[in-house]
Design a protein. Structure first.
Ligand code: CAO
Length: 422
């Protein structure tokens, strides 16, 4: 078995460039010239291709690492000529190494265009600008010679998209542009530090803006009496060792949300407003907002209805650790039913969570607290959980939202009777 190291080639004057994308995984069969990773400096982003056909056997970099010429990306088992790869055909990518392009020319090419195979003419700066705004560069019409795309084209494209849906008044867009272009010299008022916005936050920003601008949000605040559920949760013990089992309230909430989604399917949907269609999902994949040093991530816990409390608890622990170590595959962040965003471990009560587009609802969870509640003609100490349900008012109305909360309240409260546990 011939093994070859995959190495960062000459990348001009660049050093310690951040890895922003890993496009391969262990066991992948790849072709010569196929992109392995994307790296990005302040000035440009660069796709690093493979020099060999073969099978990936190790990956030595992770997102966020800084790499320079000669660093090892991973290694690959080289494909012998009689072996054949079963790989789908893809775009031809110009490989500076293969094409014998001089080192001095490489940087220039990188700065001119990153999409070698296709006919998109633009600069990395404009590409990055489009990416940060969530715009697909491949569908933008360039206004310059030979269709070259400039920053103004991206802006116009975004404006068009926003007005197309009629969710934004043109005057609002004008006002936003006015605010964006007003430069404030903060250092006129005192000392300041300027730092890069972390990558995950940069990626999330256009999604959050899109959701906030396009979806008419309403947030229903609701207090749920979880006394029985919480007593049950705290009483859980390992059958063999007798040791206490720690299960967070979120796991019970996941199950309660799935039960409610079954009764109120419009909460488990996405809408295609241009085609006037609602897409009803028959699966129950719950997104959990995870706070990490890199920013907020929302991985999905798949098929919640098929997993018991212990399985869900273990999975939640694993995915949140994977998020924090940047180990989760990109696709794990897509394809959700509804999201739960819990700040309950930290504190606070109600808040207004932003819907995780293209979903239509999100459940915010605050910290459960003991409160005096007037019940059965007397005041009693009960454990009360504050919930904040934000929903897309285009598809869900207020009455339905309250019924959804009533259902959650029953599942976690009076109907609890351990039903969520099995
Ligand atoms: N009320 C009271 N206590 C709660 C609670 C609630 N709603 N939710 C959790 N807790 C308790 C847990 O039981 C646990 O207590 P013990 O240590 O005594 O067992 C403790 O708080 C730890 O909570 P945690 O938040 O660290 O862990 P978790 O498993 O409950 O949550 C996760 C996992 C991934 C959701 C969480 O770590 C996290 O990242 N939360 C932040 C999400 C976020 O930032 N959302 C905001 C998005 S909007 O900007």
């Amino acid at each position: 078995m011939d093994v070859e190291k995959l190495i960062v080639p000459n990348i001009g004057d660049f050093k310690d460039v951040e890895v922003i994308e890993i496009l391969i995984k262990n066991g992948d069969n790849i072709k010569k010239n196929q992109t392995l990773i994307t790296i990005e400096s302040d000035k440009s982003s660069v796709e690093i291709p493979s020099n060999f056909d073969g099978k990936i056997i190790s990956i030595d970099v992770k997102i966020g690492d800084k790499v320079s010429e000669g660093n090892i990306i991973g290694s690959l088992e080289v494909l012998k000529s009689e072996q054949k790869l079963d790989i789908p055909k893809e775009k031809k990518i110009l490989n500076p190494v293969k094409e014998n392009i001089k080192n001095s020319e490489i940087k220039d090419i990188y700065l001119k265009s990153q999409n070698y195979g296709s006919k998109i003419f633009t600069t990395p700066k404009v590409r990055r600008y489009a990416r940060e705004l969530g715009a697909d560069i491949s569908v933008i019409q360039g206004s310059e010679r030979k269709g070259r795309i400039v920053q103004e084209d991206v802006k116009n494209f975004i404006k068009e998209k926003l007005t197309e849906g009629n969710f934004l008044d043109k005057n609002i867009i004008k006002k936003q542009q006015k605010i964006d272009t007003t430069e404030i010299n903060h250092n006129e008022f005192g000392d300041i530090d300027i730092k890069d916005i972390p990558r995950i936050k940069r990626i999330a920003a256009p999604h959050l803006s899109k959701s906030w601008n396009e979806i008419p949000h309403v947030t229903q605040h609701y207090e749920v009496d979880i006394t029985e559920m919480d007593n049950f949760r705290k009483s859980l013990r390992d059958t063999y060792t007798g040791e206490k089992i720690k299960i967070t309230p979120i796991v019970f909430l996941m199950r309660a949300v799935v039960k409610a989604l079954k009764v109120f399917p419009s909460f488990n949907s996405s809408i295609d407003i241009n085609k006037n269609k609602i897409i009803l999902k028959k699966y129950f994949h719950i997104g959990i907002a995870v706070d990490t040093d890199h920013g907020l991530m929302v991985p999905k816990i798949r098929n919640v209805e098929k997993k018991n409390l212990t399985e869900l608890s273990k999975e939640l622990k694993k995915v949140s650790e994977d998020c924090r170590n940047l180990k989760l595959d990109k696709k794990e962040f897509y394809g959700g039913s509804m999201t739960i965003s819990s700040l309950g471990g930290l504190g606070g009560s109600f808040f207004t969570p932003i819907i995780n587009y293209p979903e239509v609802a999100i459940l915010g969870v605050g910290k459960a607290e003991i409160k005096q509640v007037f019940k059965n003609d007397k005041f009693q100490s009960r454990i009360i959980l504050p919930l904040s349900l934000s929903y897309d008012h285009r598809i869900i109305d207020g009455a339905e939202a309250v019924k959804f909360c009533n259902h959650l309240s029953d599942s976690l409260g009076k109907d609890f009777a351990y039903k969520l546990a099995v």
